[in-house]
Ligand binder design. Structure first.
Ligand SMILES: Nc1ncnc2c1ncn2[C@@H]1O[C@H](COP(=O)(O)OP(=O)(O)OP(=O)(O)O)[C@@H](O)[C@H]1O
Length: 612
């Protein structure tokens, strides 16, 4: 080993750290560096530095913004924050100027390269070599010119646990004094926080499990001990720190495992725990705290797709729309409220067209890119799993709103079937969206359309529906009438359905129409569509007769014909006569003028053109 003036290096005086000694040996024996000559400085061109800095800032994401504040904090303690990439090139990412001109004089400036082969033993290179925090003090630097400094460096890991660079607090050793140990801690915390942010961004939209070694003396020790999970509790990714706390060799070894198997506690239980869940038994000798965060925040979520939340898309229903009584007026009124972002409550028996109405509302909202997602409340379990599903749907809606800039529509179908616990949870989400719009950070809030099969007041009285949920949901309300409530509309609908199914103006014989008109239609439009389709197929293209109807309708045909409401008979006559009023009047045995009067009084009209 070469002797040099000033002091001898660590290897010559029983190096305090074997890695330091090894570095010194390489510098002398392999790279033939001489400590007491001027350190050769390799400095990159401005254009190259800018490129490197941009790439690095992209990887850091939001974290890059925090480096300025960190730089100021380090400068306040008498040091300078140095940020290097993985090739040990200093980047101009910390806006704070170096605290001491000495750093500049020694070439510690953006673009300078701290590769050991040129710069000798130094903090940046030691942190990368040891893959952990490393402080190189004064005489431990290889080059004499650097021995006035103390450098605390930590490697910086990204969301995939790859080392992307280092953070260093550099200061003149004499003036750094007592502040320097603190600087080392600050660097570690900053690196952990930056990695946590990168990991969260990398796995945005995923359930995040945080781990903490309970009783750990470390300050802020668990901030980057993160595990990304799928909805079943299977591990998708983990940070190195999480793997260490979980007692796993490597993060990769955790991937695919179920947290229930690994920690002895399932996702459901963790979701029900209000805060940190202490895990002190099982395979792990030391106690671990576990905490789950659901992805309700507004994140970009690459590849995220919520489970069991079929996306109805902005499609119109695949059936030709029939005019429904009051529909046009209700649609006009509701559309205005809907565009303003007010929630819409649609009430009606099964099959009255609530979903069709909601989808029409969405597709007419003049935002073709907006997303439509549906939660079928009848399928939401009262467990934590159900809660999770609701959250995922809202997360998905917010994510697409963020990507497209257009508010998504969330349809809550079969609201009456939602259990008490998920109702409470829904209230929380709606309250957050409504009362804390700042949490959305400019992303348009989802528009809510709730569909309810029974009058909500009756549900509240029966203790089935929470009143605060109802009030959160009814910005405007529309009641879709049952088919039986309006005889004229029923007759017109049946005739239109028959025309659509047969493909021509197919007549419905009087006894068949009477039986159809006498039926209560508990399944409303859904049932009517099915019955008419069956009748048309049985009629083989000819007129629909009583015998073509399902038996539960044809059985009461004869008696029904006798007591068929007058409007049904008039409608039938008009239909049979192809809406020729004179011919229909003759069939009915009344005058043309009388028929005209009746048509006006009953508000009858030839089945009109289909709504667009
Ligand atoms: N205006 C319409 N024109 C034509 N068909 C319609 C119309 N409205 C509803 N339908 C038919 O009725 C069926 C039921 O409609 P929809 O699913 O919207 O009813 P709903 O009130 O949401 O029923 P549920 O409460 O059972 O989910 C649809 O599949 C469609 O075939």
């Amino acid at each position: 080993m070469r002797q040099h003036q000033d002091t001898t290096g660590p290897s010559a005086r029983n190096a305090p750290h074997p890695l330091l000694a090894a570095s010194w040996r390489r510098c002398e024996d392999r790279y033939h560096l001489v400590p007491d000559v001027l350190r050769p400085i390799l400095r990159y061109r401005q254009s190259e530095i800018r490129l490197r800095a941009e790439r690095f800032a992209d990887t850091l994401g939001d974290g890059a913004g925090h480096l300025g504040a960190l730089g100021n904090a380090v400068a306040g303690g008498g040091g300078a924050l140095l940020v290097s990439d993985v090739e040990q090139v200093l980047l101009p990412l910390s806006s704070a100027p170096p605290a001491d001109e000495a750093l500049v004089q020694r070439g510690i400036v953006p673009g300078s390269c701290w590769d050991e082969r040129i710069a000798g033993t130094n903090g940046i290179q030691m942190a990368l070599a040891s893959q952990g925090p490393f402080t190189v003090r004064g005489a431990e630097h290889f080059f004499v010119g650097l021995r006035q400094f103390i450098c605390c460096s930590v490697p910086l890991l990204d969301g995939d646990n790859r080392i992307i660079g280092t953070l260093t607090s550099a200061a003149v050793e004499q003036s750094a004094g007592a502040g320097q140990p603190l600087a080392a801690v600050v660097m570690q915390i900053a690196a952990r926080r930056l990695q946590a942010a990168m990991f969260r961004r990398r796995h945005a939209g995923r359930i995040m499990l945080s781990l903490a070694p309970l009783g750990s003396p470390e300050l802020d020790g668990a901030v980057n001990a993160l595990v990304a999970l799928d909805e079943t509790g299977r591990i998708l990714a983990a940070t190195r720190r999480a793997a260490r706390i979980a007692g796993s060799q490597r993060p990769d070894a955790m991937v695919g495992q179920d947290i229930a198997a690994l920690f002895g506690v399932g996702l459901d239980r963790l979701l029900d725990a209000p805060g940190w869940f202490a895990r002190s038994e099982g395979n792990h000798p030391s106690a671990i705290g576990l905490h789950v965060t659901l992805p309700i925040g507004i994140h970009a979520a690459p590849g995220f797709a919520p489970r069991a939340t079929p996306d109805a898309g902005a499609r119109m229903p695949p059936v030709p729309l029939l005019p429904r009584p009051g529909w046009t007026e209700a649609m006009a009124e509701t559309e205005a409220a809907f565009r303003q972002g007010l929630p819409v409550l649609l009430i009606g028996e099964t099959g009255t067209g609530k979903s069709v109405f909601a989808q029409t509302l969405h597709s007419r909202a003049r935002a073709p890119v907006a997303k439509l997602v549906t939660i079928d409340c009848a399928q939401i379990e009262p467990s934590a799993e159900g809660r999770l599903r609701i959250r995922l749907v809202f997360e998905h809606a917010l994510q697409t709103a963020r990507e497209t800039g257009a508010a998504s529509t969330v349809i809550l179908d079969h609201l009456e079937a939602l259990g008490a616990a998920p109702q409470g949870f829904l209230v929380e989400i709606l309250a957050m969206l409504e009362d804390q719009p700042e949490t959305l950070r400019g992303v348009p809030a989802p528009r809510i359309v709730a569909l309810c099969g029974r009058p909500p007041e009756a549900l509240i009285a029966a203790g089935v529906l929470r009143d605060d949920l109802l009030y959160r949901m009814q910005g405007t309300r529309v009641v879709l009438p049952a088919l039986r409530e309006d005889a004229v509309a029923l007759g017109e609908t049946l005739i239109r359905l028959a025309q659509d199914a047969a493909g021509w103006n197919v007549p419905i014989r009087e006894d068949a129409l009477a039986a159809l008109m006498a039926h209560a239609w508990p399944g409303n439009l859904r049932e009517a569509r099915r019955v008419i389709a069956l009748a048309c197929s049985r009629a083989h293209g000819g007129p629909i007769r009583l015998a073509h109807l399902p038996s539960y309708l044809s059985a009461c045909g004869a008696s029904a014909a006798a007591c068929a409401p007058p409007e049904a008979r008039i409608l039938h006559a008009l239909n049979a006569a192809g809406w020729n009023v004179s011919a229909a009047a003759r069939r009915l045995g009344i005058s043309r003028a009388t028929l005209h009067r009746k048509i006006r009084r009953l508000g009858l009209g030839r089945p009109g053109s289909r709504p667009s």
